[in-house]
Design a protein around this ligand. Sequence first.
Ligand code: NAP
Length: 506
Amino acid sequence: MHTPLPMHVRIAIAGTGFAGLAAAVRLMEDGERDLVLLERSGDVGGTWRDNSYPGCACDVPSHLYSLSFAPNPGWSRAFSPQEEIHRYLQGVARDHGVLPHVRFDTTLLHAAWDDERQRWAIETSRGTFTADILISGVGGLSEPAIPALPGLDTFAGATFHSATWDHDHELRGSRVAVIGTGASAIQFIPEIVQDVERLTLLQRTPPWVLPRRDRAISPWEQRLFRRVPLAQKAMRAAIYAGRELFALPLLHPRLARRTQEMAVANIHRSVSDPELRAKLTPDYTIGCKRILLSNRYYRALARDNVDVVTTGIREVRPHGVVTDDGVEHPCDTIIFGTGFQVTDQPVAHQIVGSAGRTLHEAWAGSPTAHLGTTVAGFPNLFMLLGPNTGLGHTSITIMIEAQVEYVRQALRHMRTARVATIEPRPAAQAAWNAEVDRRGRGTVWTAGGCASWYLDETGRNSTLWPAFTFTYRRRVARFDAADYTLTGPRPRRATPVAPVPATVPA
Ligand code: NAP
């Protein structure tokens, strides 16, 4: 039995992953109780609930890949597996009293700003309601991208995406084609390779892969973190500092040589066949696409039952994938490790601002937002993990928390200044984006010689924050009302009263 939707709330939050939960917890600490979280599925956890493919784990150390206000002394490994992060998020929702505010199985379909009533009119799969404030916590990695390959609908076998893994499908003895070589594929390929009869990897671009320095966290360390919370804080701070150093070769690609040499050595250590080595060696600067971590990926590809195919895909036939050279690669199962719709997210088509335009229309192919969080023309909308808040070098939770603290300040300001709506001034948003573009110039993401999903259809990086995270934290540390147009509550229109007749009819 689902809790019904309210008629009106002060705050609506879309999504219950890291972003939505962090926002809910911190706003509730500020006394906000009139809030709902919309969750399309039956459980919290966002991307860490959905991505349950074999081998799914985080490539950012656990003590940093978590919320600073909800430390977990019990992390079992340096890099947490998916189930553990999912359980952690379930715990955060439960322990901070968020669950009663979540409306499960409720998909956000449409949200339109009503200027007259100064609120969002929100349509969901389970009814409509209104909200003063809308916070999007849907993130960039929620909508799987499956390429429109000619003939895909004629395929006689099974197909699924890494983010919607079919655990009931038996892979043992199957001939499997894997499309994609991103962070997800390099994690699941080593897990399935020994079971499948044949694995054909269709690689468009090879990734750079570095060794993954994972280890079990010992019971005595966990005890220490439990008894001395400061020790865990120190560990988190040390990891934070170390990861910020990783940004240096990304921001200044001339410093990337050493890292790239380590990645080449990694290929040579695991692969002896020169032809396969050549296929697996990227021709772009390391970091241009996300640097991947694995100790098992290259060894998996060196097995006898694996073919790495680098020719492009022409079409799919009932029993195989045909490449541009006309060769048909027979398979019974196709697994898509083809990533997500990052720069053209469905949510951008669903949110309609004051001018009647969707975010997608307002952005015209290149998403922008003031401080990556608020958008001119979209009053009272806050986007967690909005444009240019993604990261290539460290934990995304740092950006989420920085944004959530900014939203808190904005809402406090609205309360104390008795403001009904806030909307960034176009000039402030333009200045911020000019700063983002200036910071991005010469970084590996624009100068590294690769095509990545960090770049939008105009070729601009509208996904990543192209600097250190402490710089972003500093830039959003204070809500500056001067960047915004603030509007007070509109006077309520008097209810029309029937005119009193001047004379009483006889
Ligand atoms: P991804 O990084 O976007 O990789 C998609 C892969 O599919 C790429 O190799 C891409 O090739 C290939 N591809 C896409 N369309 C194709 C087509 N039409 N034909 C052939 N190949 C095609 O996706 P992902 O691996 O799911 O990872 C997405 C993001 O999720 C990561 O970058 C990361 O942020 C996150 N993630 C994180 C972790 C973690 O440990 N923290 C783990 C998994 C995922 P091209 O390179 O040529 O485009």
